[in-house]
Design a protein around this ligand. Structure first.
Ligand SMILES: Nc1nc2c(ncn2[C@@H]2O[C@H](COP(=O)(O)OP(=O)(O)OP(=O)(O)O)[C@@H](O)[C@H]2O)c(=O)[nH]1
Ligand SMILES: [Mg+2]
Length: 214
């Protein structure tokens, strides 16, 4: 039982970077193309079906949503906040109207540029299509603002591909991770089949300086 991830609760949605919390809590953001499975990943990680809203229609998440992780305090009823998981709106969906794209750029771009407590970013990608141009755009943006930030490439929907394709996907992201440096890790994942959950939890715990929790 992972008390830390099970503790997740929704705290707020923001539509405007002016409203970013100047929180002292370290933030772990989930970014990626629309429909890659960011919200599904957060739900599986936290073992709650409807913590973050998911949808078959790309563009479901249009606000920045914050979920707080906490641990038990000294008193039995007390909870001590540990981190925010941040579910970002997706990028790169072809059908987006120009004003929706613009809103995305100012909201997610603004978050990346201005969030004071961004500890690391989980870049959620479809394992069948890793590192698309829109993902590279995000990586450029991120590294221009946060040098040495932790990045974890999550190759989601691994249930959709066979062993040979899995190997190819892994080698593509491994190469890119090596180019980007020491703070970059990667894994296969399936939110649908709950594959790779422990590895993801371990990665995030190590970012937070906490012991692994299953
Ligand atoms: N086969 C499969 N489908 C998945 C997996 N993870 C998510 N999906 C499906 O992919 C679709 C999109 O999932 P979401 O979690 O809403 O994706 P998102 O990245 O949050 O999308 P936006 O909020 O639009 O940016 C849903 O229909 C999910 O059921 C997975 O591991 N395998
Ligand atoms: Mg979403």
């Amino acid at each position: 039982m992972s008390a830390l991830f099970d503790s997740a609760k929704f705290v707020m949605s923001i539509a405007d970077v002016q409203a970013l919390p100047n929180a002292a809590l370290p933030e772990i953001a989930f970014a990626g193309r629309s429909n890659a499975g960011k919200s599904s990943t957060i739900n599986v990680l936290c073992r709650q079906n409807r913590l973050a809203f998911t949808s078959k229609m790309p563009g479901r998440t249009q606000l920045i949503n914050y979920f707080e992780l906490s641990r038990k305090g000294q008193k039995s009823t007390e909870r001590v906040p540990v981190s925010y998981l941040v579910d970002l709106p997706g990028y790169g969906f072809a059908k987006a109207a120009p004003e929706v794209r613009k809103q995305w750029e100012s909201l997610v771009g603004g978050y990346v540029l201005e969030s004071p407590s961004l500890l690391g970013m989980v870049v959620v990608m479809d394992a069948r299509r890793p590192l698309m141009p829109a993902d590279e755009f995000l990586l450029d943006f991120l590294s221009s603002r946060h040098t040495g930030i932790r990045i974890h490439f999550l190759l989601n929907k691994a249930d959709q591909i066979k062993t040979a394709e899995r190997r190819v996907a892994l080698s593509v992201v491994e190469k890119r991770a090596n180019e980007l440096g020491d703070n970059v890790s990667f894994q296969l994942f399936s939110a649908l089949k709950k594959e790779g959950v422990e590895q993801l939890r371990n990665t995030l715990c190590s970012w937070l300086g906490l012991p692994p929790q299953s």
